[in-house]
Write a protein of this length. Structure first.
Length: 192
């Protein structure tokens, strides 16, 4: 059994922003693998489904990014899902737009959603990092950047990233983090 968490902020004003990549990925996974409808539970929206032969719960915390761990820990404890079976999909400033990486554990890298989850369940869960690039610090503050929308060109790249993430989640569940990481490395190299 797995818990897949897409990080983002609730509310229409945040829907198409860089910080909501996790929600976008969760919606793609939800549709692609025919999950049941989302329900309000665990301070989030949660849906049940199957990816391959595994039962999977898909969670979009509705607590705002900084408190994401509150929702994740409630769902993980209720379903008795260990950190090694938790997959968190999130935006990453340190990766260029179009880059995707997967790893288990590690630091939060300044990401408040990850900091919150780390404080509740330890940092030893799987992460799929979706590159959003870094702002030009002279022109844009990080908070404004992550809460900003995409240009038309960026939106096309993000659409492809999200589809690749949906494939990567299945690989991670079926074959593990190393296979997932290799797949993402090849997928990103292929796009160059």
């Amino acid at each position: 059994m797995f818990l897949v968490v897409g990080l983002g902020n609730p509310g229409a004003e945040y829907a198409d922003t860089r910080h909501n990549i996790g929600f976008m990925a969760a919606d793609e996974i939800h549709g692609r693998y025919n999950f049941n409808p989302f329900k309000n539970k665990f301070d989030g929206l949660i849906a049940e489904g199957k990816i391959g032969n595994e039962k999977v719960y898909l969670l979009k915390p509705q607590t705002y990014m900084n408190l994401s761990g509150n929702s994740v820990v409630k769902a993980a404890m209720f379903y008795k899902i260990l950190p090694q079976n938790i997959i968190v999909v999130h935006d990453d400033l340190d990766l260029k737009l179009g880059q995707l990486k997967a790893k288990c554990g590690g630091g939060a890298g300044g990401h408040n959603g990850l900091k919150s989850i780390d404080s509740h369940i330890t940092p030893n869960y799987n992460r799929i990092r979706v590159g959003i690039g870094h702002p030009d610090r002279a022109k844009t503050e990080v908070a404004d950047y992550v809460l900003g929308g995409f240009s038309k060109t960026e939106a096309e790249v993000i659409k492809q990233e999200i589809e690749t993430v949906s494939d990567a989640v299945k690989i991670l569940i079926e074959k593990g983090i190393d296979a997932c990481s290799n797949y993402l490395g090849m997928a990103c190299a292929h796009k160059k």
